[in-house]
Every structure is written in structure tokens, then in C-alpha cells.
Design a protein around this ligand. Structure first.
Ligand code: ZN
Ligand code: ZN
Length: 372
């Protein structure tokens, strides 16, 4: 006897029929049409798309902060995202509490630990280097091996104040202690430090988030071309991540990057309560629509929120719709012929004629309908 049978779905790869059978926490069978299935629960998807569960690798969902806070389930399953990775909201001092507070959440929650022990309690957490404590950080990573999947370092002026790239240098040292392949996500924004000095420290285990922001210290030079040092980082395998956020995705920047072929590996939202409710982020579906609008195929866009982040953060049982993988799935409709107004972080608007509407999530084998 199976637990859950999703019938009459549609593949995002070629629009062919797709059905999925689940036992416990795992996908156990898939095909165009499954025969003789007996399951405790059967859901008729009536021709809706079915994909691996979406993973958002840059969110802020520690509820006890005063600015960058949210409920993981609001950023998560209620908007089609089955797994969220909190990007450094907490550090060694408060990550225990963050871990405990996720106990009754439905969404799968992981965390990058902030290199500073306070996390983003104040917004200048790396302005005082005393907040960076090696032992405390390494102890936390050791304690929460199934929860902490990376380190977060925020390298913009208001965060580091006069400390330049020193926090990232220390993060790189800790990464080495942890075996070298532990991912570090780096937030960038206003300078100093200059983007060049930040990026030059990064390698193929690192993730550059907020890549396509429209700020002066960005990826585009005065002549309107992509900086050479950005290309060099891209070529040596630094993961380029969207991290849309309130301030960090600009259509004009992405026009330049996209025509040059400097495309992201992963799409993430940098969502928290305020930019979820008031925009410009709203949710993962809206962020994905921006890339569909740019001509990326549906299967490419979905892979940027499933396979890509799973690979970056070593979530080896997630990110793929395949037998043996975790039963995390997202079911959605792609509505056509709509006038969907998309807004970037600088109030630029574009109109797109399609809209992604998540309908149902399966998280670790259990199905949840998504309300409007
Ligand atoms: Zn950031
Ligand atoms: Zn963030």
C-alpha cells in the first residue's frame, strides 16, 4: 500500500503526462500513467504541472528578529516552496533558538550560519570583529550538521562599517577548517568594500548573492559592460545567485548580464515579511516569472530553484523528481494571456503575459493545498 498517489499531472520538461507515487517520505514510482496503484490518498492534478519541490536558498525566517524576520511557512509551503535556506539571520549565539523554533513548521528549514555570532540582530553585525568567534561557529556547525548547510558573510558598507573584506577572509579560514567545500554565501551591496576586492576572495565553493543589483558597486563598469573580474569569478565557478530582495534585483542590470550570457545558477528571493507583503518580492513564483519573461524555459527556471540549490548546498536527497528522492513536490499552473505586472527593486516595471500559480505542495510525503 502506498501513501500518496498524484495522478494526471504534467511534466515541466515536455508537457507529457506524469504521475507520482509516494511511500513514507520518498518518491517510489513515476511514469506517464501508473497502473494498479493502491494508496491511502489519491489526488487528481487535472493536468497541472508537477515539479520537484522548490528550494529557496536565500530567505530570512527567524521570527524573533525585528527587521528581517518571517514565518518559514509563509516563505515556504504556502507559496509553493518546500525547502527554505535561511541566509545568515542567526549566528552562533541565536542559532539554537532558531533551530528550536522550527520544530513545528511544515516547510523544510535549513540555515547558513552568520559568520558573526549575533546574526542580523542589528544590521551592522560585522562592524565589530569581536562578533566573529571561530570556536563558537565551528561548534554550532558540528552540533547542527543536518541543519547548518553553509556560512553567510554580508560584505556591504553598512554591515562591515570599516572592516572591509576582513569578515570574508575569516569566513574563508573557517571554511578551510571545515574541509574546504563548505559553502559560503556572500551578500554584496554598497562600498567600501569594493566588489572587486570581495569577489577576488571567492572560489567555486562560494555563492555570490544579489548579483544583479542596480547599485553603483555592481557588476557593470562605467562603459556599460560586465567587469572583467566578474567574468573571472563566473569562470572559476563561483555560484551566481539572484537574491532578489528589496534592493537587489534590477531589470536594466539583468538586461546587460543576460545579453552577455552572465546568467544565474540559482534563483532565490531574499524574502522576509516586509518584501513579501509589500513587494517587490512577494514570493518565489513572482521571482521565477521574471526569468520566464527573459526567455528561460520553464524546465530551466525550475531547475534553478530545485537541482541547482540542492547541489550547491549538498542537499543530496532533494532537488530532483526521481525515484528514491525525498517526496517534496510542487504542483502549479502556468496561466496564459494575463497582464502580469512585474516590478524590480528599483520600481522598473515590465509586463509579462503568464503567471505561475502554485496549487499544492507535498513536503516529506504529506500533501498541503495552497490557498489563494
Ligand atoms: Zn543581503
Ligand atoms: Zn538576505
Amino acid at each position: 500500500m502506498l501513501d500518496l498517489y498524484l495522478k494526471n499531472g504534467l511534466s515541466i520538461k515536455d508537457d507529457s503526462p506524469l504521475e507520482v507515487a509516494i511511500r513514507g517520505h520518498k518518491i517510489v514510482a513515476m511514469g506517464h500513467k501508473l497502473e494498479d496503484i493502491k494508496a491511502h490518498q489519491t489526488i487528481n492534478l487535472q493536468g497541472k504541472y508537477i515539479s520537484a519541490g522548490w528550494i529557496d536558498d536565500h530567505v530570512h525566517c527567524y521570527e524573533k528578529l525585528t527587521l528581517y524576520y518571517d514565518d518559514p511557512d509563509e516563505d515556504g509551503y504556502k507559496s509553493g516552496v518546500t525547502t527554505v535556506i535561511d541566509a545568515g539571520s542567526t549566528g552562533a549565539e541565536n542559532i539554537d533558538d532558531f533551530y528550536d523554533s522550527n520544530e513545528d513548521k511544515i516547510t523544510n528549514v535549513y540555515a547558513m550560519i552568520n559568520v558573526g555570532k549575533t546574526g542580523i540582530l542589528a544590521q551592522n553585525e560585522l562592524g565589530n570583529l569581536d562578533t566573529i568567534e571561530e570556536k563558537a561557529l565551528l561548534d554550532s556547525v558540528e552540533k547542527y550538521q543536518n541543519f547548518i548547510v553553509g556560512i553567510k558573510v554580508r560584505e556591504s558598507h553598512s554591515v562591515v562599517v570599516n572592516n572591509g573584506v576582513e569578515p570574508l577572509k575569516r569566513g574563508k579560514k573557517f571554511q578551510k577548517e571545515l574541509g574546504g567545500s563548505f559553502p559560503i554565501m556572500v551578500h554584496v551591496g554598497a562600498n567600501p568594500p569594493d566588489l572587486k576586492n570581495v569577489v577576488s576572495l571567492m572560489d567555486n565553493n562560494d555563492i555570490l548573492t544579489h548579483v544583479y543589483n542596480g547599485k553603483p558597486n555592481g557588476i557593470i563598469d562605467k562603459e556599460g559592460n560586465i567587469h572583467q573580474f566578474v567574468w573571472e569569478a563566473y569562470k572559476r565557478g563561483v555560484t551566481f545567485d539572484v537574491g532578489h530582495g528589496t534592493d537587489s534585483f534590477n531589470f536594466n542590470t539583468f538586461d546587460v548580464a543576460n545579453s552577455a550570457g552572465l546568467v544565474p545558477k540559482s534563483i532565490s528571493t531574499d524574502i522576509y515579511s516586509r518584501n513579501r507583503i509589500n513587494g517587490p518580492v512577494y514570493d518565489m513564483a513572482t521571482t521565477m516569472e521574471k526569468f520566464l519573461m527573459y526567455g528561460f524555459s520553464l524546465s530551466k527556471v525550475v531547475s534553478m530553484v530545485t537541482e541547482a540549490p540542492a547541489k550547491t548546498f549538498n542537499l543530496v536527497t532533494k532537488g530532483k523528481l526521481e525515484e528514491g528522492y525525498d517526496a517534496d513536490l510542487t504542483v502549479f499552473e502556468l496561466k496564459k494571456n494575463v497582464a502580469n505586472k512585474l516590478v524590480d527593486s528599483n520600481q522598473n516595471e515590465r509586463i509579462y503575459d503568464k503567471k505561475i500559480c502554485p496549487q499544492l505542495c507535498v513536503v516529506m510525503g504529506k500533501a498541503y493545498e495552497i490557498g489563494e
